[in-house]
Design a protein around this ligand. Sequence first.
Ligand code: NAG
Ligand code: NAG
Ligand code: NAG
Length: 400
Amino acid sequence: MTSPATTYASPFVLSVLLLVSIPVIFLLAPRLLPPKTLPAIPDADESEDLALFRRAILSSSSSATPTPSSAASYFFRRRPAPKVAFLFLTHSDLVFSPLWEKFFRGHHHLFNLYVHADPYSVLELPPTPSFRGRFVPAKATQRASPTLISAARRLLATALLDDPSNQFFALLSQSCIPLHPFPTLYNALLSDNAGPHGHHRSFIEIMDNAYMIHDRYYARGDDVMLPEVPYDQFRFGSQFFVLTRKHAIMVVRDMKLWRKFKLPCLIKRRDSCYPEEHYFPTLLDMQDPEGCTGYTLTRVNWTDQVEGHPHTYRPGEVSASLIKELRKSNGTYSYMFARKFAPECLEPLMEIADSVILHNVTEGVYIGCDVMNKHRVVHRALEGLNYVRNNISPPLFGYS
Ligand SMILES: *[C@@H]1O[C@H](CO)[C@@H](O)[C@H](O)[C@H]1NC(C)=O
Ligand SMILES: *[C@@H]1O[C@H](CO)[C@@H](O)[C@H](O)[C@H]1NC(C)=O
Ligand SMILES: *[C@@H]1O[C@H](CO)[C@@H](O)[C@H](O)[C@H]1NC(C)=O
């Protein structure tokens, strides 16, 4: 039996509860409802990056222009040979480092190496000598997120700051392999001077009529890209590029396009979310189209793609003829790198490293290169032999 008091009070208590709950629902709704977008980049990561980028821009502008007092010594001083900065973006072990060690051997005065390893990934293999101590302070990276752009910009900024001789910046991943010996790559980068005023160009793929580009443009929402990124200026291309120093600075300096590309994608459009394949080609095509080749030096096979992943080569596919096939390009230069190779490919790749991959072939590399260029390249490469490697400034790097 219920007492008369309880039966009388219940409707009253209920309506009070109902009234109180309305503002509570409004307050909590955004937390209770599922979010509409994928996670955004944490503000703390953004501000740390900004500080790093500012330092990189500042140091690059001071090293580029000699002050009047040092102008004389600037011209008489032997200019160090240009170097290639290899930027490895990874979330697993660098299993192909024994192959890269062979590629790098004897050329340490002409390159620097930087690794951005996702701090949440478990790396079990100890770094091989060239990779030791080259890990830059890294932050979490995910697919379908602008964190991959941030990681690439972090690598570019660190390499800009670390050594003013870094003139080319090659982005690679743990599943990339070289297709030619180091001197072939080096000479190709330095002999290309078809940019404005005879300058070197960046090797970056830039396409405007790609498959699914409409969905990719609207992945962050309707018209959110405007006014900075009009639809007809939105570009597509592989994230694996080789940028010149000028373009690396351009990328690190950019705030305008980044404001839009850093926006997280809508969850319902996550299948169209590949911001890293759009940010770099869009930015460089807007700011210096003549300074870019429009194609990449990294070969990839999209014939049997699965959920945005290209064909992954298995050990049974590795052969001399595969390497020769992968080098073939429609661009001015042969392909220099290829992806993606399964980790188990290390052994068969090492077996053909000396006889095929790193074998000194001169034919078929230069498709349109004149004699003057070759002379200049050889001269600069020889200069490089006398170059004493800079020490690395400790604050730039983290552990191992
Ligand atoms: C690309 O991958 C397909 C398998 O999807 C394979 O049949 C083909 O030989 C590959 N092409 C090259 C150049 O490796
Ligand atoms: C070169 O271009 C032809 C014709 O457009 C195309 O069929 C072929 O796949 C291209 N080869 C490479 C290696 O990109
Ligand atoms: C490659 O071969 C050419 C011609 O034989 C030679 O001049 C050059 O020094 C060689 N390069 C390397 C890195 O061995």
